[in-house]
Design a protein around this ligand. Sequence first.
Ligand code: MD6
Ligand code: FE
Length: 209
Amino acid sequence: MMDGLKYLPGFLNPKAQEELVARLHDVVSAAPLFTPVMPRTGKAFSVRMTNIGPLGWVSDRTGYRYQANHPELGTPWPEFPESIMDLWNRVSDYAHPPEACLVNYYKGSAKMGLHQDRDEEDFAAPVVSISLGDTAIFRIGGVTRGGKTQSLKLESGDVLVMGGASRLCFHGIDRVLSGTSTLLKDGGRINLTLRRVTKPSFIGMTQLG
Ligand code: MD6
Ligand code: FE
């Protein structure tokens, strides 16, 4: 496996998965899923999204960016549940807290094209991904588009850490295998990606965040 890529199958046990889904119900009540569109073309994503944390990732006709507020409600994103912070602290190998958690919801034939996560300032921090619900076929390649790729099945409870040399690898979701999990009452798949967005700042010897 590529340097810096950490695959942790079954990292969350079924009880921990249930508890996380309950927290996500609270999140989606406060910050409903929205359908992002591609920059310029305005073509809709097949996944729906929301975010947790001080910053959230959004996409609209004007581009991709992180912002502090829900694009439709204008309200701040919900705070991180403690369990998500704990998970980051256990797997990220990074000294500062995450600032964003993108919540992707896949239903039916929803998928995600090959992309790099590069809207963050600090690539020293990994992106930590948590999968819940139906199994997904995840594809990962190298740092240039069009290279060799490999597939990985991401099942409910699996955690994937993309750090080090793998941080800027192209990756995407080819498809979700419906009916492979009973975790989500309405089926489908949720993926959480935890990110550090800004560079941690120092004043003298004092770490601010
Ligand atoms: C998904 N995941 O699993 C999409 N990004 O639904 C991602 O785009 C992703 O799994 C960065 C790092 C890990 C990921
Ligand atoms: Fe990604």
